[in-house]
Ligand binder design. Structure first.
Ligand SMILES: Nc1nc2c(ncn2[C@@H]2O[C@H](COP(=O)(O)OP(=O)(O)O)[C@@H](O)[C@H]2O)c(=O)[nH]1
Ligand SMILES: [Mg+2]
Length: 238
């Protein structure tokens, strides 16, 4: 029985896929979303038994959205296809969702080895996480790409970002929906191949822009006064 499916957004990751797919645990199925690769990623994935979904529209969010849409199991996970994260961690991340203590589990990246996480990306991520904590109250420390949730409620969040704002939009929407968000440590290793997002200046600038836009549009949480609060209602009914 398939307990969960792991969506692997893939843009030219042929060199990483054999290791990544070999690490997909029992009970999990890999969905490789090929985002216009020119290095034979789709063929490698298919030869190794993964379900391959083709998403011609570029963008991290477009790729993940296509994979989540193609999935059908109870749980859905997301993981980079670049061998920086180990799919063998998925059952551990799925545990709080299965036992009902969390609705979304994020892998908090703990770098292993030199060069796993460029300094600028790490700093930007840390600042972003603190801004998320301030705006939402959700206690996250890393906007990490490895995640597990139940598929149906995730689809119901109706996320619209199709680029690098997708991971942030997911967290903001989950927070608005009252989801319990948990973080568990995962090892983060130097990726195989070239980064498409945070390892490049263009990718980083795009990611920051996408995320700034989402955060500015997201209002701070409103805390309704307790009925026993003696202060006058600032918005009295007419
Ligand atoms: N940026 C980006 N990544 C994509 C796209 N399609 C698929 N991906 C995959 O999304 C994952 C994240 O990108 P990556 O280059 O690892 O970003 P980084 O982890 O910030 O360095 C990788 O598995 C990529 O292959 C796309 O159109 N743009
Ligand atoms: Mg990566």
């Amino acid at each position: 029985m398939t307990l969960g499916e792991v969506v692997l957004p893939t843009l030219n990751e042929a060199a990483a896929l054999p290791w990544v797919l070999s690490r997909v645990p029992q009970g999990w199925r890999a969905i490789v979303v090929d985002n216009g690769s020119t290095d034979g990623s789709a063929e490698v994935a298919a030869a190794l038994g993964a379900l391959v979904v083709h998403e011609p529209r570029r963008g991290f969010g477009a790729a993940v959205h296509a994979g989540v849409t193609a999935a059908g199991a109870e749980l859905v996970a997301i993981c980079d296809a670049d061998a920086s994260l180990d799919p063998a961690d998925l059952p551990r991340l799925a545990e709080p969702v299965l036992t009902g203590t969390a609705d979304l589990v994020l892998g908090r990246r703990r770098p292993v080895g030199r060069g796993a996480w460029p300094a600028h990306a790490r700093l930007a991520n840390r600042l972003l996480a603190s801004r998320i904590r301030a705006t939402t109250g959700v206690q996250v420390h890393d906007l990490g790409p490895m995640r597990v949730a139940r598929r149906a409620p995730l689809v119901a969040l109706a996320l619209t970002d199709r680029r690098s704002g997708y991971p942030l939009e997911m967290l903001l929407a989950a927070s608005d929906a009252g989801w319990r968000v948990a973080e568990l440590d995962v090892e983060y290793r130097p990726r195989v191949g070239r980064s498409k997002v945070t390892g490049t200046i263009r990718g980083t600038v795009t990611a920051i822009r996408d995320m700034q836009r989402l955060l500015s549009a997201h209002s701070a949480p409103t805390h309704p006064a307790h009925p026993s609060d003696p202060r006058p209602d600032p918005n009295p009914a007419a």
